[in-house]
Design a protein around this ligand. Structure first.
Ligand SMILES: Cc1cc2nc3c(=O)[nH]c(=O)nc-3n(C[C@H](O)[C@H](O)[C@H](O)COP(=O)(O)OP(=O)(O)OC[C@H]3O[C@@H](n4cnc5c(N)ncnc54)[C@H](O)[C@@H]3O)c2cc1C
Length: 359
């Protein structure tokens, strides 16, 4: 059996999206060297994190807001003639230039499969090479873990079931009746696009809370604080939008006028032809489109990150990036830091605190 070489370093960063690159930048800024001091592993085929996989119609004018990575403005990398810029090309371009500018050599595509302890070192097994390290910064985002709630009858449905992650463009749905499930930002954006080309039925667990007041920094930090509180108690994080509400945009106003924001409560079961509510009402559909969010893909950490009863992870540290029961592991882009600005701040905090812990 071939002996697997295991490369030794101090810190492994898993994932090179906004969160992983922010952490790498700050480690480098503290004088740490790529290779002997830290190594960045990324499962994606190219730079850009999950942004490279997002749909074409997600443009810089329809995203929420993409905050600059530390040390380099996004805007200065944009090459545009003023027309719509697709996020799935602009952000990967920006991340690629960023990695080169700061010499953040990222090993990709390298998927981390399992992390386990061997003595006082973490052994990291990947799809290609093996590593060992004293500390881990996990920045694996959410895109790899789409969430679809279980409903009775799901296996019976003769139509198609898709998740936000599968979305390419609205034209795909032309001529089909689409049940759109979910009340988050993506659900509303895709309901807007799809309802312009084909009939839709919109279903959510709770009535959407549209926010008509501007979302200032204070509101932002209060929202993040609420999510942070939960992870400090070891509870599963809620989505940030569930605490911020949905910004009431001109697009939403137009959707109201078009009558496509007629919302129905969740159905109780799925049938061969569609969905059914408790009162017996049924709607036939060709597609059930689940915009029900994502979870954090961290099964590779199962043997080193203790879970609380409800499946949550007890977090500590300045910005709740530190795994309270294993402070040599930090989770960046998890829970309160699941936004570009959150990822930036959490990357800085995790880098500083982990270096201190290891020292
Ligand atoms: C549709 C959509 C729109 C959004 N719009 C905005 C917005 O406008 N503004 C905003 O602030 N936030 C937005 N967000 C949230 C945003 O995704 C995050 O805030 C941020 O970009 C996530 O960065 P990340 O580094 O945590 O994760 P990602 O960008 O997902 O990067 C994680 C990286 O880890 C890699 N990876 C995963 N598992 C492994 C493994 N086992 N081994 C090795 N590598 C692995 C992945 O391949 C990926 O490259 C949006 C999210 C979605 C889904």
């Amino acid at each position: 059996m071939a002996v697997k070489i295991r490369y030794k370093t101090k810190i492994i960063i898993i994932g090179a999206g906004q969160a992983g690159l922010s952490a790498a930048y700050h480690l480098k800024n503290m004088g740490m060297e790529v290779g002997p001091d830290f190594v960045v592993l990324d499962g994606a085929p190219q730079a850009g994190g999950a942004w490279q996989s997002r749909w074409d119609s997600l443009t810089l004018s329809t995203v929420n807001r993409i905050h600059d990575l530390p040390g380099m403005s996004f805007e200065e990398t944009l090459e545009t003639d003023g027309s719509e810029v697709q996020a799935n090309s602009a952000v990967p371009h920006y991340f690629d230039l960023y990695e080169k500018k700061f010499g953040l050599q990222v090993y990709r595509p390298v998927k981390v499969e399992k992390v386990y302890l061997q003595g006082n070192r973490f052994f990291i097994d990947t799809s290609t090479t093996a590593f060992s390290a004293l500390g881990i910064i996990n920045a694996t985002g959410t895109w790899e873990s789409p969430y679809i709630p279980e409903y009775p009858g799901a296996a019976l449905f003769e139509g198609e079931q898709l998740h936000t992650r599968d979305y390419k463009d609205a034209a795909y749905f032309k001529g089909k009746h689409v049940i759109i499930v979910g009340g988050g930002i993506s659900a509303i954006q895709l309901l807007d696009q799809i309802s312009k080309v084909t009939p839709t039925t919109w279903v959510t667990r709770r009535p959407p809370e549209f926010r008509k007041v501007p979302f200032d920094d204070m509101a932002g930090s209060m929202a993040v604080a609420r999510v942070e509180e939960r992870v400090r108690e070891g509870l599963l994080p809620q989505s940030v939008v569930s605490v911020t509400g949905l910004p009431y945009t001109s697009e939403i106003e137009a959707m109201e006028k078009r009558g496509v924001l007629q919302r129905y409560p969740m159905f109780s079961e799925i049938t061969k032809k569609g969905v059914k509510w408790e009162d017996g009402t049924e709607v036939d559909a060709d597609v059930i489109f689940w915009n029900t969010g994502f979870r954090w893909p961290m099964s590779h950490l199962d043997s080193v990150v203790p879970r609380e009863e409800g499946g949550g992870i007890k977090m500590s540290g300045r910005l709740a990036t530190e795994v309270a029961k294993e402070p040599r592991i930090h989770l960046v882009g998890y829970g309160p830091s699941a936004s570009t600005i959150g990822a930036n701040r959490a990357g800085a905090a995790a880098a500083r605190e982990l270096v201190k812990t290891l020292r």
